[in-house]
Design a protein around this ligand. Structure first.
Ligand code: SAH
Length: 332
């Protein structure tokens, strides 16, 4: 852990308090403008952290660059550093990592989220105090994304609505939806992550939260192995693990599972974020065990349209170390 670590452990907030806080956050999110344009200075500080791999890279930047001032150095500084990046070889590091998983990228993502990635992300997606400042910023950014989805669905009676949450992680979205009565199929390529989601759901119910009439299903399967038909399909902060040439297939598979709504998020590919991502790759660290892919919004939208969906709402969440574009789509 970095110098930022706060080691004082705090008990997990009781479910009711969590729900209350979630409501307050949702209300706040609902008041937010539907799309937030990033001002230039925001690029300098809005570093690379839409999802785990990018988060990890930004953590490395921040921890290393705390003394260097890189993460807050402004666009010009970032651009200047960008010029140095040709000398680096992140590909080699990634290939080494892939080789250790038999050359299969999905397998290396799975290994990561079953080992060091699990330890890291269950804390970030948790409530305890044992996170550093960067991890706290990422936690808050990610929670904003989750809250935006909850705000979008706040007007829906979720009782009995079927939801497939693909790449559910520790259940940050699946659990509140289940506690609102939805029939949830939560799955993740990592058995550790989805196992933690199940534990957290059971803890909340044990502590008094109302269980849905149909118990949620937690399954350790990859996104492409998900099957069935659901009213709503959600896939939050997972696409960063998908290379560009697999995104169309991923989106068309998710679309095929949904009869009505599809809600997805991804790290948008812009010049500034691309440079920042490369900057992050300059700083190797134990947490950076996965390759991170940014995606152009027009490519994602074209894939959604080709799969029969139109974008109905958009949001952008950008904190200092987290950024994520969120799209709500409906069958065209
Ligand atoms: N959606 C959750 C978790 C985001 S972290 C949330 O927003 O809280 C990204 C998750 O995607 C990790 O748990 C990782 O194991 C999972 N993941 C990555 N690639 C996947 C794939 N191909 N299929 C299913 N899950 C995947």
């Amino acid at each position: 852990m970095s110098a930022f670590s706060c080691s004082a452990a705090r008990a997990v907030v009781a479910p009711k308090a969590v729900a209350k806080r979630g409501d307050a956050r949702s209300a706040k999110a609902a008041r937010a403008p539907s799309s937030v344009a990033l001002a230039a200075p925001a690029f300098a500080t809005a570093s690379l952290a839409s999802t785990p791999a990018a988060h990890a890279a930004s953590e490395a930047i921040s921890q290393t660059a705390d003394g260097v001032g890189l993460a807050v150095g402004g666009v010009a500084a970032v651009a200047a550093v960008g010029g140095l990046l040709v000398a680096t070889d992140p590909e080699k590091r990634r290939d080494d990592m892939k080789a250790s998983s038999g050359g299969d990228e999905a397998a290396s993502v799975k290994d990561y989220f079953n080992s060091t990635g699990f330890d890291r992300w269950k804390k970030i997606y948790g409530e305890t105090d044992d996170v550093n400042k960067v991890q706290m910023d990422i936690r808050e950014g990610h929670q904003q994304t989750v809250d935006k989805v909850l705000a979008w669905t706040a007007g829906m009676n979720m009782e009995g609505v079927t939801v497939c949450d693909a790449g559910c992680g520790t259940g940050s979205l699946a659990i509140p939806l289940a506690l609102r009565g939805a029939t949830i199929a939560a799955s993740d390529i990592s058995s550790a992550m989805v196992g933690e989601a199940e534990v957290r759901f059971n803890e909340q119910v044990k502590a008094g939260a109302k269980a849905p009439s149909v118990a949620p299903k937690f399954e350790a399967i990859g996104l492409e192995e998900c099957s069935g038909e659901y009213d709503v399909v959600t896939c939050i902060d997972v696409m960063i693990h998908y290379p560009t040439d697999r995104v169309n297939g991923m989106i068309s598979h998710l679309a095929g599972l949904s009869t009505d709504k599809l809600i997805i998020s991804f790290a948008p590919k812009t010049l500034a974020y691309s440079i920042l991502k490369r900057v992050g790759e300059l700083f190797p660290g134990p947490s950076k065990a996965t390759r991170a892919y940014l995606h152009a919004e027009e490519d994602v939208e074209a894939a959604l349209n080709a799969a029969g969906f139109k974008v109905t709402r958009r949001e952008m969440t950008a904190t200092q170390f987290y950024f994520s574009r969120l799209l709500e789509c409906e069958r065209a």
